[in-house]
Ligand binder design. Structure first.
Ligand SMILES: Cc1ncc(COP(=O)(O)O)c(C=O)c1O
Length: 362
């Protein structure tokens, strides 16, 4: 048995209906190739020097900031759900007098968006609602991703809407993108996704998979695709993933997560990260261990059984003096995959149970 990657859920191809997405969310969404590209287009005309960003998030968000010469100022998170600390946000704004913030709802759990939206509105701060990891989640009957002044979600790997590539964003400001097309690159991204993630357990020659992967990465390195438009072949892929996510066809994930919680909520080694507000769109098991060492041992142990386990995100700064909660959770988070496969999930549950037992016995 192998669960050695975040295999995306099987989706049904379906026409891409942006009008439907716009009606559903009351926003006007625009395509880009990635969450990074969306951040770039949202920020590029704002003339900012600094922006507040969470200390615990994927480091790729720093790329568009670097490109636009915007300095990130980090704010702390809450240990309860690994989302923003409002207290820390207010403190950092008082110190740094920045005019923008990116707020992410991590692991599908809605962040404190209502209060931050109000705070930003009252203080004339531009708020970006990053729902890369949470599109489909809701708070006060609004979709996460639609709060503040701009928002986006992404089809990159590891997201609830995981696909080969792509993102949608909206902004209250004018959007001006001189569109290009590199459909050959998009197609190789699709092949890479298809053979190396979506159908990874199929019997496909390793050399073919590896060549596609290398070629796809090489092309991406050489070409700037941040202004790219969507290609025709992708529309029914992105359209299908979007619709299946909105229609709850990926809800098997939530069901497994609920079973996991009922089985392991009394664990003596970890706490399962759960939403503290709204309706979540979870897609991974997220565990916060009591210590770094146990987290490390657990990852090693799971990998011995060919189960993918990773150590969450590396904090974006080493200067943690003003960010005590980030310091507290550092290297203690573990992510495990959820797959639409009863046998595999049973196997994963058994191994987690055995780890508990093995360690308790010691
Ligand atoms: C919260 C969050 N925001 C933004 C991004 C960037 O998205 P992309 O990988 O599509 O560029 C990521 C990527 O992991 C993310 O997790």
């Amino acid at each position: 048995m192998r669960i050695n990657i975040f295999t995306p859920p099987k989706f049904h191809k379906s026409p891409l209906d942006i009008e439907y997405l716009n009606r559903l969310t009351q926003k006007e969404w625009h395509y880009t190739t990635s969450g990074k590209a969306s951040i770039y287009h949202i920020l590029k005309d704002l003339e900012l020097d600094t922006i507040l960003v969470p200390i615990y998030i994927c480091d790729t968000i720093l790329e568009p900031l670097k490109r636009l010469n915007i300095v990130p100022i980090f704010y702390d998170i809450e240990t309860m759900d690994l989302n923003n600390s409002l207290k820390s946000i207010k403190k950092q704004f008082e110190i740094y007098n920045s005019k923008a913030i990116l707020v992410a709802s991590m692991y599908g759990n809605p962040a404190n968006l209502v209060e931050i939206e109000k705070y930003c509105h009252d203080n004339e701060i531009f708020m970006i609602d990053d729902s890369a990891q949470s599109f489909g989640a809701k708070l006060e009957n609004r979709y996460v991703g639609t709060f503040g002044d701009a928002g986006f979600f992404s089809f990159s790997t590891g997201k609830p809407t995981a696909g080969h590539m792509g993102s949608f964003f909206w902004s209250k400001n004018n959007i001006n993108i001189k569109r290009k097309r590199h459909c050959f690159i998009h197609y190789f991204r699709w092949l890479d996704f298809y053979y190396n993630r979506y159908r990874i357990y199929d019997n496909i020659p390793f050399i073919l998979k590896r060549t596609i992967n290398l070629f796809s990465r090489f092309q991406l390195k050489l070409t700037d695709i941040s202004n790219d438009d969507i290609c025709n072949f992708e529309k029914e892929i992105i359209g299908g993933i979007l619709l299946d996510n909105i229609n709850g066809n990926f809800d098997f994930r939530e069901n497994y997560i609920k079973s996991f919680i009922s089985k392991f909520k009394k664990s003596s080694y970890f706490r399962i990260i759960e939403p503290i507000r709204g309706i979540a769109n979870r897609h991974k098991f997220i565990l916060l261990f009591n210590s770094k060492d146990i987290a490390k041992n657990f990852i090693k142990y799971m990998q011995e059984f060919s189960i993918y386990a990773s150590n969450g995100y590396t904090l974006l700064s080493k200067d943690l003096e003003a960010l005590p909660n980030a310091k507290e959770i550092n290297k203690k988070v573990v992510e495990l995959p959820v797959e639409d496969d009863k046998e595999k999930m049973k196997y994963l549950f058994e191994k987690v149970e055995k780890f508990e037992y093995k360690n308790i016995k010691r």
